[in-house]
Write a protein that binds this ligand. Structure first.
Ligand SMILES: [Zn+2]
Length: 71
């Protein structure tokens, strides 16, 4: 499986961090994790890629561009 097809986690000094799958910026750290994210960081479940707000907006815009032409 390609790394950018699932959520990216990083560990530093015992604390996990969730990274944007596109630009690798830290989206949130361990204390803000949801139960799903805790499961994913432990490798118990696979999580889809997570993106920071900047990349999320960019992805939305790209989707808009491709979908508006069919409307
Ligand atoms: Zn990003």
């Amino acid at each position: 499986m390609r790394q950018d097809e699932k959520a990216i986690f990083k560990f530093n000094s015992g604390h996990g961090a969730l990274l944007c799958s596109k630009c690798r910026v830290i989206i949130k750290t361990g204390k803000d994790f949801t139960e799903e994210e805790i499961m994913a960081i432990k490798g118990k479940i696979d999580m889809p890629p997570q993106y920071c707000n900047k990349c999320k907006n960019k992805l939305c815009q790209e989707e808009d561009l491709t979908t508006t032409s069919t409307k």
